[in-house]
Design a protein around this ligand. Structure first.
Ligand code: HEM
Length: 431
């Protein structure tokens, strides 16, 4: 059973056995790999009452102390309570180089503000946890045992620090947030454990995932300058006024920037942040098209690199797979007949990602602002380390555990035009 690069391995099983449903057993646990969107919907959504628990991970929960993150809890009242409070907190807010650290800091700060209502300073925040995002990638996705106890102990302090330290600092913000005291009413009626777990879950689940999705996007465009140039032209046509003065993009611009949207969609597909999803676990025996799926079976997915869904060369970065000429024939638009990767990337049914809208907005807005202001590219001397002669990315470049991200890569940023420099100056950012 692979513990690394699971997405591509599971996809290769589906291909080898020519089946959208492949089962494997190890250490007394059965795992079913689903390689079809329709089957995932049928089992994980339509039969959600049976398919919404999680495999018990001794390593993650008991040894590392991550059971405070409700993403790993079985389907239970404890999970329901935390998930309800999570929704409330989101609604309330509505809304190895330097750049690695900056992306981490930005996303970590957003997560802390959401979870605890604390403002985050630009860098070197006294709330140092922002820069020490929990290493979700180390958590074995479904394996009930496994992993070293020494490693687990070394990580256990993190869940304590993530849970207790910021809460103490934010305590007041729960009781005083909002002019009508809505937060106070909701928070006061709940057990402190639920509040601590929910806030810590927001931070733990959003920071690592969003950071990695942004880093993958930067990596994709740093190694594919031809697409970056197309996006720059598109941004200029939408964001510059007649005199050439640029403005920053907003979420309302999404539809007017189809190529940028396709580039974002393709980076989510090409480098899935959670390549096999977080496995679900059945709580009752089931039968699907003659196959028996016993109680306790874990299900993982591997569909984002599926060529039946997304077309040929699924391991190549190619935003064009999502676009088609528009009605005027002069521009392009998103092709609605190709599946949107978000319908897979954020999971299925009752356990699907409750932060998906926030994650999508964060990724799109970061991508749009970065490209409006900067050019970035891997230095020519480094390129051969990342990209093969056929344009494909070396698989060794990915740290492909449970949560996937590009390994540290070199990337040079420069302000892309005098108009971009003027916009930065207007924003008060000194160059
Ligand atoms: C690119 C970013 C992200 C990706 C790709 C992602 C993906 C996922 C996936 C695949 C799952 C498992 C779904 C399933 O079991 O069917 C999940 C669960 C979860 N996600 Fe996300 N996520 C992202 C960002 C976020 C953010 C920003 C937040 C919080 C603000 C968040 C909060 C959660 C939580 C709490 C769960 C557990 C849900 C449960 O077990 O009930 N995620 N996410």
């Amino acid at each position: 059973m692979p513990l690394d690069s699971m997405g591509p391995v599971y996809a290769s099983w589906a291909k080898r056995f020519n089946s959208d449903l492949v089962s494997a057993s190890a250490l007394g646990t059965t795992l079913v790999v689903i390689d079809s969107y329709d089957i995932a919907v049928e089992l994980l959504e339509k039969r959600a009452a049976k398919y919404s628990s999680r495999p018990v991970s001794v390593m993650a929960c008991e040894l590392m102390g991550w059971d405070c993150i409700f993403a790993f809890l079985p389907y239970s009242d404890a999970w329901r309570d935390r998930r309800k409070l999570f929704r409330f907190l989101l609604d309330l807010n509505e809304t190895p180089d330097e750049f690695y650290g900056l992306v981490r800091h930005m996303v970590g700060g957003l997560a802390i503000s959401l979870a605890y209502g604390l403002p985050i300073q630009r860098r070197h925040d006294p709330l140092h946890m922002v820069d020490a995002i929990p290493a979700l990638k180390h958590i074995p996705a479904w394996c009930p045992g496994g992993g070293s106890k020494r490693f687990a102990n070394a990580n256990k302090w993190m869940s304590g620090a993530f849970r207790a330290e910021p809460y103490e600092k934010a305590d007041k913000s729960f009781w005083h947030r909002g002019p009508n005291g809505r937060a106070s009413e909701v928070a006061k009626g709940r057990d402190l454990e639920v509040i601590l777990d929910t806030a810590c879950t927001i931070f733990a689940t959003s920071a690592d995932t969003s950071t990695n999705s942004i880093l993958s996007f930067i990596f994709a465009l740093a190694t594919h300058p031809e697409y970056r140039r197309k996006i720059h032209a598109e941004l200029d046509s939408v964001l510059a006024d007649r005199s050439g003065t640029l403005r920053l993009p907003t979420l309302e611009d999404r539809e007017s920037l189809p190529f940028l949207m396709a580039a974002v969609m393709e980076s989510q597909r090409w480098a899935p942040v959670i390549p096999i999803g977080i496995p679900h676990r059945t709580t009752e025996d089931d039968v699907f098209e003659g196959y028996s799926i016993p109680k306790g079976t874990a299900q993982a997915r591997s569909m984002l690199n599926n060529e039946k869904v997304f077309g040929p060369d699924p391991y190549s970065y190619n935003p064009e797979r999502f676009i088609r000429p528009n009605a005027t024939g002069k521009g392009v638009e998103i092709n609605p007949s190709v599946r949107h990767p978000n319908t897979i990337a954020f999971g299925f049914g009752r356990r699907s990602c409750p932060g998906s809208h926030l994650a999508q907005s964060t990724l799109w807005l970061t991508a749009a602002c970065l490209l409006t202001l900067y050019e970035f590219e891997t230095p020519a001397s480094e390129k051969a380390n990342y990209v093969g002669p056929d344009g494909s990315i070396d698989k060794e470049r990915w740290d492909a555990g449970f949560v996937c991200h590009p390994r540290p890569f070199k990337c040079e940023f420069k302000v892309r035009s005098p108009q971009a420099a003027a916009l930065l100056a207007e924003l008060g950012i000194e160059m």
